[in-house]
Design a protein around this ligand. Structure first.
Ligand code: PRP
Length: 211
């Protein structure tokens, strides 16, 4: 039988997804990301280990049938894929944050703001709705550094435990949206391999309902 290809982000979400697949009886074997191999094969699946941000691309283009991606990336990239199951892992919140002394400026009806972020589209859309013009400074990591060194007063980033903000003297200023990881499905796969995909969705939902 033809294997399904699944694009998974390397790291914690990979392990958590494998765990859920095993608990749901979708996957029978052990799968571990302990080598530099980028493709891991089991009897029924071919797992592609990719950067989290690349998962939607692999699934949208159909080289992967399925994938796991957070709402943060789905909101940012708006890929044309199905998102049938909330896996309830990778929970975090997309926030505006900054230094405590800059809160007042933020809430004083500014007409423009400078924002450092790895989510330029989310930031533009969020502030666009408020009628605030934004100058986006796009960064790829350690976003919390930006207000500390004066690159921008505010950031848009995900907050998980809040530890990075706390340890750098930053505070949450406004919540944009909650985020958790979703199972995503290529649109063609959904039609051509419908039975297989529906079986996986059903098994995942059963496990997730049981908690
Ligand atoms: C993410 C995010 C925050 C941090 C939040 O960064 O961009 O910096 O985690 O987590 P916390 O609230 O639990 O502290 P990541 O670890 O992905 O690294 P990066 O800075 O290289 O993007």
């Amino acid at each position: 039988m033809e294997k399904l290809t699944v694009a998974l982000p390397k790291g914690r979400l990979f392990d958590q997804t494998i765990q859920i697949f095993k608990e749901s009886d979708i996957l029978k074997e052990e799968v571990q990301q302990n080598s530099r191999k980028l493709i891991l094969e089991t009897a029924d699946f071919r797992f592609l280990l990719v950067r989290a941000k690349d998962v939607p691309t692999y699934v949208e283009y159909g080289v992967a049938d399925l994938g796991v991606a957070g709402d943060d990336l789905l909101m940012e990239m708006k890929p044309d894929v199905y998102r049938p199951v909330d896996l309830g892992i990778g929970a975090c919140t997309i926030m505006v944050a900054g230094l405590p002394q800059d809160r007042e400026k933020y809430f004083s009806n500014p007409t423009s703001l400078k924002i450092s972020t790895k989510y330029p589209n989310i930031a533009r859309e969020f502030f666009g709705k408020k009628g605030i013009e934004v100058q986006i400074i796009e960064l790829y990591g350690s976003i919390e550094l930006a207000p500390l060194v004066g690159l921008s007063e505010f950031i848009v980033d995900i907050v998980e435990t809040g530890r990075t903000l706390r340890e750098n003297g930053l505070v949450v200023i406004e919540e944009i949206a909650p985020s958790s990881a979703k199972l995503i499905v290529n649109r063609a796969t959904y039609k051509t391999k419908n039975q297989k995909v529906m079986d996986i969705i059903e098994k995942l939902e059963n496990t997730l309902v049981k908690g």
